[in-house]
Write a protein of this length. Sequence first.
Length: 195
Amino acid sequence: MRILRKKAVYKCSICGKMSCEHHVRLRTICSSCLKKTKLPYKINNVKSDKERKTIQEFVKRFWGEEEQIAFGRKFIVAKLPAYAAKKGKSVIGFISFSETDDAIIIIALGILPKYQNSSIGKSLIEKVQNMAKKLKRLLVSTLNDDLPALAFYQSIGFQIYEVKPNVIAEKHGAILKGVGGFPIRDELRLQKILS
């Protein structure tokens, strides 16, 4: 199969290499940086203070703050029930959650960039989903600018069911610039109905 060479119009967010529209993915990663690999990892309940400290560091690195707002509530991510994905003894990703009367809310899901695109996020979601089978729904929220997260959640069965305008802008007292320079304003709420 021959691929026509097209003019490069996108910049890889990892290495800076320019790519054409055929080779970019939603995350704007060039084909040489997009690696689909199988990693040996295990998922365990987070129990130790060391693992919680690592999650706290991840949260600060990914979102710049320890507190997350989701579904009208504030959460300190590192204090929540969580699962960690580990390669050897090192935490490479995590998922934290909170239970309500009829649902489990995913508060934060973070995978180190080096290990993204390796099905770890999906495996962490499945771990929470298996735990949540006695409940009716799995909930998650994301920001209006986070198109990669929105695509990921929808690809594994979540649907947008509510938009909360300006929640994020009000939290920060300003409209911040997010992914691709999009204004960060709104909380998008998604759900997956469990059967």
